[in-house]
Design a binder for this molecule. Structure first.
Ligand code: PLP
Length: 399
């Protein structure tokens, strides 16, 4: 019999982590590689946040906390949801875990039975379908077309819902497309969800603070009548450049939060007490650097979109947020690289780009929509310019 469990056998390893590892290995071999694969801000964690963690250590805040987060952090999260999203939660409606990823997994594991369906709009963050599979559910992929800004249309959602649908996962701004839903677009999806009271809504708002000239809203705010079946997920990883600290959180209906606490209490227990104190400072402390960083990302988005659209055969939409673009390589399919390899799909494109020019990006196939690729522009303007110049040169070399 196989060592691997049947449920884990359904899961594939993260493609974005694989690209990052491949780029790191080529670098180790002395190749000049630019990695645009990882979804991580290049900024440092703010000094006040670091100081709060050091003070927490010195105060001896180094013990177990409540499994799903300490009261001080839950209070800071309650205040954040009220201040930024107009959402009202009690502290017993808050779940904290070691990152947004485990928050989402805890929700799925707490609620999915074999055969339960979870609607995952593509292009999707790579982990959603695999977390659903590991939790015993069935991901149901629905496609957001480039012409619609890669966003889910209400009639497509409606057609995908069955009596077995347990969840729909929304992610705005999106990893990998950067697309963000307007109030009107969320209202239209809410209108569909009203007709299907068995469907729960998981909204992953991790990139909330990274929007460019765009009014951010989340679905529980737009459709308060869906509040009782919406889990609003967020975290400090992206907004506060705290990916390594591992703190994510969610607000939701108490019965769901109770189930998620039960999962955490028998698996992970609490996320690091020190990181929790750092997150308290991140959420309660000064917020003025957020628009400054967003402005820097906006400049990078504009640079990358402009340079990619000047690459032969690439078409790059201009997204509303996050730090990703999702260009089409439709115009390059069937061409031949100097190596003699035919660009048959986006996986071959990204492999050839890495070989020829040392630029690591992730193939659209990993996110459920081809022929595209994802660039993370969370790196310096100089590096982005060099990377885009290489991509232009590579595209020009295809015959
Ligand atoms: N959700 C989305 C859409 C993400 O892109 C990421 C990170 O890449 C996460 C959640 C996970 O965040 P964390 O690092 O807090 O687990």
């Amino acid at each position: 019999s196989s060592l691997q469990s049947a449920s884990l056998a359904r899961v594939k390893p993260s493609a974005t982590l694989a690209v990052t590892a491949q780029a790191r290995e080529l670098k180790r071999q002395g190749r000049d590689v630019i990695g645009l694969g990882a979804g991580e801000p290049d900024f440092d964690t703010p000094d006040n946040v670091k100081a709060a963690a050091i003070e927490a250590i010195n105060r001896g805040e180094t013990k177990y906390t409540d499994a799903d987060g300490m009261p001080e952090l839950k209070a800071a999260i309650v205040a954040k949801f009220a201040r930024e999203n107009g959402l009202s939660y009690e502290t017993n409606q808050i779940h904290v875990a070691s990152g947004g990823k485990p928050v989402i997994y805890n929700a799925l594991v707490a609620t999915l039975n074999p055969g339960d369906e979870v609607i995952v709009p593509a292009p999707y963050w790579v982990s959603y379908p695999d977390m659903v599979l590991l939790a015993g559910g069935e991901p149901v992929t629905v496609i957001g077309q480039e012409a619609d800004g890669f966003k889910l249309r209400p009639e497509v959602l409606d057609a995908a819902i069955t009596p077995r649908t347990k969840w729909i996962i929304l992610n705005s701004p999106s990893n990998p497309t950067g697309a963000a839903y307007t109030r009107a677009e969320l209202e239209a999806l809410a209108e569909v969800l009203r007709k299907h009271p068995q469907v729960w809504i998981l909204t992953d708002d991790m990139y909330e603070h990274l929007v460019y000239g765009f009014d951010y809203v989340t679905i529980a705010q737009v459709a308060p009548d869906l509040y009782d079946r919406t889990l609003t997920v967020n975290g400090v990883s992206k907004a506060y450049a705290m990916t390594g600290w591992r703190i994510g959180y969610a607000g939701g209906p108490k019965p769901l939060i109770d189930l998620m606490r039960k999962v955490a209490s028998q698996t992970t227990s609490n996320p690091s007490s020190i990181s929790q104190w750092a997150a308290v400072e991140a959420l309660n402390g000064p917020q003025d650097f957020l628009p400054v960083r967003a402005a820097a990302f906006e400049k990078r988005r504009d640079l990358v979109v402009s340079m990619l659209n000047q690459a032969a055969g690439i078409r790059c939409p201009k997204p509303e947020g996050a730090f990703y673009v999702y260009p089409s390589i439709e115009g390059l399919i069937g061409k031949t690289a100097p190596s003699g390899v035919v660009i048959a799909d986006d996986e071959i494109f990204t492999a050839e780009l890495l070989n020829a020019e040392g630029v690591a990006v992730v193939q659209g196939a990993a996110f459920g929509l081809s022929p595209y690729f994802r660039i993370s522009y969370a790196t310096s303007d100089a590096v982005l310019e060099e990377a885009c110049t290489r991509i232009q040169r590579f595209c020009a070399s295809l015959k």
